[in-house]
Design a protein around this ligand. Sequence first.
Ligand SMILES: [Zn+2]
Length: 295
Amino acid sequence: MLILGALLPLSAQASVRILACEPEWAELAREVGGDLVDVKSAIAPGQDAHHIQARPSLISQVRRADMVLCNGAELEIGWLPVLLNRGGNPAVRQAPGLFMAADQVSRLEIPDHLDRADGDVHAKGNPHVHLDPRRVETVAGKLAERLATLDPAHAQQYRDQQAQWQQQFDAQITQLEQKAAPLKGLGLITHHRDWSYLMDWLGMRRVDELEPKPGLPPTPAHLAALVDTVKKQNVSLILYRPENGSDASKWLASRTSACAVEMPFSPGEKGTTTLVSLYQRIIDTLLEAREQCHG
Ligand SMILES: [Zn+2]
């Protein structure tokens, strides 16, 4: 094995096997880790990260992983502990082998009190951080450091790759921010409260959600109340993801001046590949929808 390894070019050897929970973190690991990492994602683009099954193929991937890279902030609380338990791999049950992206950054909507009646509310705040590239940059820096810890032989390479990635990412994000300037102040209702960080980044207004409480399906009474909200708060767009279903969004759009828009949420959806291409696609979709809705 050693002899064979010595004959292979360095780039052909992945040093760290990563099982990511979501496609966005799998993509970040590929962008920062390059050829040094071998990355799989537990969740396919378009699947709901709140609820998945700890199926046997995932359990064996946990067993083989050097790192489990998840969103954290309780997003996967319903299934990740079970998966890690069944995987029986002590290396990934805690740091450094377990890396939680959202735990590395400041979070929005941290509740002052916890009440089960408030629905699927997380003590650690809103977990859906990946649509804010500023926070993703912070995660990327910490991820590179973590990879350097797990694979000290390549520590400098992880740092160099991350620095190079960040330089390019920064330039692209600055361009996207300029392009997205007309979206400032845009009033939005979203199906689930998973767009808060995008709105925070681009200065859009979060008005309400179709779900009466996070994780609870829309009710006729709540939807009826939102008809008034759209008028009073000048809501332009209603955002939903394919996995939310379009019924509630289209119902509200049909009774108001707002328009329902199906959105990509993770890399791999709607022809996107990298994180930047996802942000670009999201901004293009919003700019187009805004134009068509009020054009
Ligand atoms: Zn959520």
